[in-house]
Design a protein around this ligand. Structure first.
Ligand SMILES: [Zn+2]
Ligand SMILES: [Zn+2]
Ligand SMILES: [Zn+2]
Length: 361
């Protein structure tokens, strides 16, 4: 066991969902996973044949809304041409033997993030990013209000083919589902258990820890101090109201989470000042990521407290956040078969590289 960060081999438990764990294995002898897959980003501002570029609006289904509502749009929401869920079905649950089916009812929409074809998130203005998350908020609110069968609204972005993006023009997606997805369910349940046990929000505890404590890791058998870690080393970026953290048990080498510093379960309750600070932290975080692993393919998704389902009030135990998951390797059979993610870069080394990256102000 070494402190240097380049020869770690340990299993780390996700403190939010303790049934999830990550194997951090950075030892030299460890066979490296597939090299970082980067895409040559198409940086063109306008592409004649692109259905998402300005001037080609008739090539998408009729828009659901645009921002601003009048004049040249900055952000557009349109139905997905190839939805994974449809609103043309009656929601029925069927069970036969051990097999159960929930009809694929829901909504699937595309958010065209920006009129500029190949612009990266960190190249968008802070105001534009705040507007984008404001548009997400409005649409999430509308979807929950429109249909009580929609139990969860998930907002996410795929950047690059390995992350699932099929159109190069910058865009994100909104999927509303008749069930609360398992990952959210796990977070909601475990954070509620934690709250009952310790009378505190686990996410807030993690933020406190990242900002203040030095943690001590004890040996399980002997009870001896094995090593101390300065937990502040996981902070990647800090704003007045938001913080970007490298999770101690990161599933992806360059994974980063952004959370409000003050407890809030519901993204819908973020106000204009929150979104402005969030946009700044997101822009700076993405710029750091671009500096360190330029052109990396990634997904991000937004986790907020479910408005549907049978969870009761989770406002004191859940804490909204976004998870940014760069795709630097393809899951192996071991990962798929075991559910144990393998990280070949230590989260401490990754956080340091991100924090040290020089970015423009
Ligand atoms: Zn385009
Ligand atoms: Zn909290
Ligand atoms: Zn989450």
């Amino acid at each position: 066991m070494s402190d240097s960060g380049d020869s770690l081999r340990e299993i780390r438990i996700n403190p939010i969902v303790p049934t999830e764990s990550v194997l951090v294995a950075t030892a030299r002898g460890m066979r490296p996973k597939k090299a970082e897959e980067k895409v040559d980003r198409d940086t063109r501002a306008h592409v004649e044949a692109c259905p998402f570029c300005r001037g080609n609006e008739e090539r998408t289904p009729p828009q659901i809304r645009s921002f601003p509502a009048q004049g040249d749009w900055q952000i557009r929401i349109v139905p997905n041409l190839y939805p994974v869920l449809g609103d043309d079905r009656s929601q029925t649950n069927i069970a036969f033997g051990l097999q159960q089916v929930i009809d694929g009812y829901g909504r699937h929409e595309v958010v065209i993030d920006n009129p500029s074809h190949g612009i990266a998130l960190h190249e968008m203005s802070q105001q534009h990013l705040a507007d984008l998350f404001g548009v997400y908020q409005q649409r999430m609110d509308e979807l929950y209000a429109s249909d009580p069968r929609l139990k969860y609204v998930l907002i996410f972005k795929n950047f690059g083919p390995a992350a699932g993006a099929s159109i190069a023009h910058t865009h994100s997606q909104i999927i509303a589902t008749p069930v609360v997805p398992e990952n959210v369910q796990n977070e909601v349940q475990h954070s509620r258990d934690y709250r009952r046990k310790y009378n505190h929000c686990v996410f807030c505890s993690l933020i406190d820890e990242a900002l203040t404590y030095e943690a001590t890791i004890y040996d399980r058998e002997s009870g001896q101090i094995r090593r101390k870690i300065n937990v502040g080393q996981y902070v990647v970026e800090r704003g007045e109201r938001f913080i970007a953290i490298k999770p101690f048990a990161s599933r992806f080498e360059w994974e980063i989470h952004i959370l409000p510093l003050h407890h809030e379960a519901d993204f819908l309750r973020a106000d204009a000042a929150d979104l402005a600070d969030f946009a700044r932290v997101l822009k700076r975080t993405m710029a750091r990521l671009d500096r360190v692993v330029g052109g990396v393919q990634y997904n991000f998704f937004l986790h907020s407290v479910p408005h549907g389902g049978e969870y009761g009030d989770c406002s004191d135990s859940y804490h909204w956040h976004i998870e940014i998951c760069p795709r630097t390797s393809i899951p192996t059979g071991f990962e798929l078969g075991s559910g144990l993610f393998v990280s070949t870069v230590s989260p401490e080394a990754a956080a340091k590289a991100l924090r040290d990256a020089e970015i423009d102000d």
